[in-house]
Write a protein that binds this ligand. Structure first.
Ligand code: FAD
Length: 224
């Protein structure tokens, strides 16, 4: 990262903080002893890194912790006369999320079992990032709704709960649905690699004849 030409610029998100950066490489030359893996295999390295990132973002134990914290919050918060956890609509959402978290924990155990047996993760591994990031965001959304009017407080308000952590999570977790491969890209991966559905159509190629007629450079000329 100290090599000349590398510039790191912080990116401020809607949380008000800069948790990650954009990195510019201007005429950067990487010394041979600092190449990760083999020269020309950067895509392989990037994909391996993404695989770890997606697994880490979808940690089912972290989901379980958030759910338990949410249950504690809903036992304390009141909506009208009663506790938030006794509100039929909020409770319905909570139980649906509890089922999702339980399913993700079972899925995590399936991945672990496959790994111990030396078998590939298969479909169980492909769904982790998509499903867990969506559920994590919905847990924070329910917490904010359970706080009622206090839910919209953020940043240095004496009435905010848990130091504004629920609001911070709600905003940051929206980004995690995008980062590391968007939800739509995850669905493409599940469809193509998991369900073996037809690959996403590529842009139609324009024939050399049509290009010539339109006065465009043909593939043959480009190759020359
Ligand atoms: C919180 C956060 C942290 C991040 N951290 C990092 C980091 O540390 N390092 C890093 O390099 N990057 C990081 N990113 C960037 C992240 O990887 C990209 O934002 C992400 O890959 C999406 O790329 P894009 O923003 O260019 O969107 P685009 O690729 O332009 O996509 C725009 C929209 O079109 C959809 N789309 C695009 N192609 C297809 C397709 N083929 N099929 C269906 N839908 C499609 C996408 O799903 C999306 O909704 C981070 C982003 C966020 C939000």
């Amino acid at each position: 990262m100290d090599i000349p030409g590398i510039e790191v610029r912080p990116l401020k998100t809607m949380t008000g903080h800069a948790e990650f950066n954009e990195t510019f490489f201007t005429n950067v030359r990487v010394p041979v002893d600092q190449i990760v893996g083999q020269r020309g295999q950067g895509w392989f390295v990037a994909n391996a890194t993404l695989g770890h990132e997606r697994g880490m973002l979808g940690d089912p134990d972290a989901l379980e912790n958030r759910l338990q914290a949410l249950i504690g919050l809903m036992q304390q918060e009141s909506i009208g006369e009663g506790r938030a956890i006794d509100n039929a609509v909020l409770r319905d959402r909570l139980v649906a999320l509890q089922a999702e978290v339980t399913a993700m924990k079972c899925n995590g155990m399936r991945i672990l079992s496959n790994s111990l047996k030396g078998e590939p993760g298969g479909m169980a591994k492909l769904i982790v990032k998509l499903q867990s990031c969506e559920v994590a965001h919905q847990i924070s959304a329910l917490a904010i709704d359970a706080m009622g009017e206090m839910g919209i407080l953020y940043h240095r308000s004496p009435r905010e709960r848990d130091g504004g952590a629920w609001q911070w999570n709600y905003m940051f977790q929206l980004g995690l649905i995008i980062g590391g491969g968007t939800a739509q890209i995850q669905k493409n991966i599940i469809a193509e690699r998991g369900l073996e559905m037809p690959r996403e159509p590529k842009l139609a190629r324009i024939s050399d004849e049509a290009k010539g007629a339109a006065g465009m450079q043909t593939d043959r000329q480009g190759a020359a």
